[in-house]
Design a binder for this molecule. Structure first.
Ligand code: SF4
Length: 616
């Protein structure tokens, strides 16, 4: 049988796609009605083929930023979608939902043009993102206590407003069609939320409106806590009346799930909770652990926790009524402790939670119709799959050819360049600043430098004489704006686990303005008693070597790749990734890296690279 080749498709000579199987033909035909671009790129073709293969029940996709993975994944899962099948997409942060809305907007425009039905995607976000009564100064406070902060007419009126539509389904379909109509080219999350906020007199409270529609929504997009926190997950799955085997789950930026720690709480927060409500059995229990460094199993009695929460809420409302706009630290403690059932607690400079068994994090969605873990940072794939408890998953690594041309990766084997914890000294920092200075002199634009922590960030920014650096608890938007508006090239120094490293983009007209990212020292977690004890616990099921590897090497890899990703917005962005730490030579992270024996060699390579791209 002769098969029509879908428009612009790239076919590999050994392709098994066109083997005459009817369902496969239908898939590719349907894909052509959905995929919003004229041509599939090779990277997208590989992603789509992997998703289309029904035997790939759990799929780990490591695709570099700029490979076009959002469009490819969305088109593939929609093309294969059966009637009654549901789709849930989890992102780490709200800002990451925009890419999904943008692609679905293009898909919808394309479908409208050819007279097909367009798609709806319901964002499940916290009520503080939708509530018209929220101002900036009370957003965090509202997150803690919710609607009881106000005597809100819409809260009481919601059931009546919904009943005006007859049935729940009529109401939901109306809201869904409102979202569907709005979902077109260029529309992001904020526009969708804005539309619902402005229709409050038609549909009532926008938060309740979205929650009500979940039962009938085909595609839902939400954030990680609705996957990782049992209570929130229950709410989502119950509201959706979800049947996991008939649901496709996509987890975006899935490397974040392999983060060693689950949550933390500073000792200062505990002190403040004491100052708010005085003594309480739970607070006293935590105080006692503070004196005992190391790993603990901390059981919290539900009744006591409810009592602590009630006291925190009373305190917060009293402060609010008296004109204060502070959050409650008691409630912060409660929020933290709700996770102790499935986490170990460690105390060492602060309290930290570690999952008792990271391999269980995907258990609630393991039996999904298809589970797709997506990231540009899932290498080594085998390690991530083991860490997340899906060792038998299908794993694919996608490399963008264009990215290979537009980006140079340089590593050093210089024996003097390492930020190894045990050998760090003043001389190390001076040496680093000298080498960085040589590099930034020839880098044509802004350079981002990531260090292992805040202390080294301050030291290096002083040595490099730059005022652009991230401070603890800083609102980084000011820093970003000052970089964006700078007429001169600047050096920005930030810690590898700070806010700048976490998905912040320096962009003008959709293009990255960063010419290079330098990793000044691999961001291994600092050695500590707690880490040793966690590794010992994990060693019981992984073996000590793997546990050590996952809690050190894997963590450093994830953090480093996260930092490097700050340079790339799309495959057209041009720049250099420079790893200044000789320990990188033993890590299998960058197959395309060029190893240089010293900084002078790096400079030669960089000059040539920037000349090639006419960026001198
Ligand atoms: S019911 Fe809705 S509109 Fe009213 S306070 Fe709560 S979130 Fe805001």
């Amino acid at each position: 049988m002769k098969i029509e080749i879908p428009r612009g498709i790239i076919i590999r000579s050994n392709s098994e796609i066109y083997d005459g199987n009817n369902s496969q033909i239908k898939f590719w035909e349907k894909l052509n009605e959905i995929f919003p671009y004229q041509n599939y790129r090779k990277e997208q073709f590989d992603i789509i083929s992997a998703i289309q293969n029904e035997s790939n029940k759990t799929l780990l996709i490591d695709a570099e930023t700029g490979a076009g993975k959002t469009a490819a994944v969305l088109s593939a899962i929609l093309s294969r979608k059966q009637s009654g099948e549901r789709i849930i997409i989890f992102t780490k942060m709200l800002g990451q939902m925009d890419a999904w809305f943008r692609e679905l907007g293009l898909i919808n425009d394309f479908n409208r043009k050819i007279g097909n039905q367009s798609y709806t995607m319901v964002p499940l976000v916290g009520r503080s993102n939708l509530c018209h009564l929220i101002t900036r100064d009370i957003k965090k406070l509202f997150n803690q206590i919710g609607c009881s902060l106000f005597d809100c007419h819409y809260q009481k009126a919601f059931p009546m407003m919904r009943n005006d539509f007859g049935t729940n389904e009529n109401y939901s379909q109306q809201v869904l069609s409102e979202i569907r109509e709005s979902l077109k080219k260029g529309v992001g999350l904020s526009e969708i939320l804005w539309i619902l906020e402005n229709k409050i007199d038609n549909y009532g409270c926008p938060y309740f409106a979205l929650k009500t529609t979940l039962e009938f929504a085909e595609i839902v997009i939400t954030t990680y806590p609705f996957l990782t926190q049992p209570k929130l997950r229950e709410i989502l799955f119950d509201d959706m009346l979800i049947d996991i085997p008939r649901t496709t789950i996509v987890i975006d930026e899935a490397h974040n799930l392999a983060k060693g720690t689950y949550a933390d709480l500073s000792y200062k927060t505990l002190d403040r909770a004491f100052a708010e409500i005085g003594s309480h059995e739970i607070l006293e229990g935590l105080q006692a652990l503070r004196e005992k460094e190391g790993l603990h199993t901390f059981y919290v009695n539900d009744t006591l926790l409810d009592d602590l929460e009630a006291r925190g809420k009373r305190y917060l409302l009293w402060k609010f009524d008296n004109g204060y706009r502070d959050i409650s630290y008691t409630l912060k403690v409660c929020e933290f402790l709700k996770n102790t059932e499935f986490c170990y607690l460690t105390s060492e400079k602060k309290f930290t939670l570690f999952l008792k068994d990271p391999r269980t994090i995907l258990n609630p969605v393991k039996h999904a119709n298809q589970l797709i873990l997506l990231s540009g940072t899932l290498r080594p794939l085998e390690d991530f799959a083991n860490f997340l408890g899906v060792p038998n998953s299908q794993k694919i690594a996608i490399y963008s050819e264009k990215l290979g041309e537009n980006r140079i990766i340089l590593t050093t084997s210089d024996s003097d360049l390492t930020m190894k914890y045990q050998t760090r000294s003043k001389d190390t920092y001076v040496k680093y600043s000298q080498e960085i200075k040589k590099l930034t002199d020839i880098i044509p634009g802004h350079t981002l430098i990531f260090t292992p922590n805040y202390e080294i960030t301050v030291v290096l920014s002083n040595l490099l004489n730059t005022s652009y650096f991230e401070k603890p608890n800083q609102d980084v938007s000011k820093l970003i704006n000052s970089v964006i508006s700078s007429k001169e090239k600047v050096i920005v120094v930030a810690p590898a686990r700070g806010k700048v490293s976490e998905g912040i983009e320096f962009v003008i007209d959709d293009k990255s303005i960063i010419s290079a990212v330098i990793v000044a020292g691999l961001p291994y977690p600092p050695p500590s008693k707690s880490l040793r004890e966690i590794i010992r616990e994990y060693g019981k099921f992984w073996g000590e070597e793997k546990a050590t590897n996952y809690m050190n090497y894997l963590q450093a890899t994830v953090t480093m790749r996260q930092c490097l990703g700050r340079m790339i917005r799309s495959e057209n962005d041009i720049g250099a990734w420079i790893i200044l730490d000789n320990r990188i030579t033993n890590m299998d992270v960058f197959p395309r890296a060029i190893e240089c024996k010293n900084t002078d060699r790096m400079i030669e390579r960089l000059i040539f690279f920037y000349q090639q791209h006419q960026l001198e």
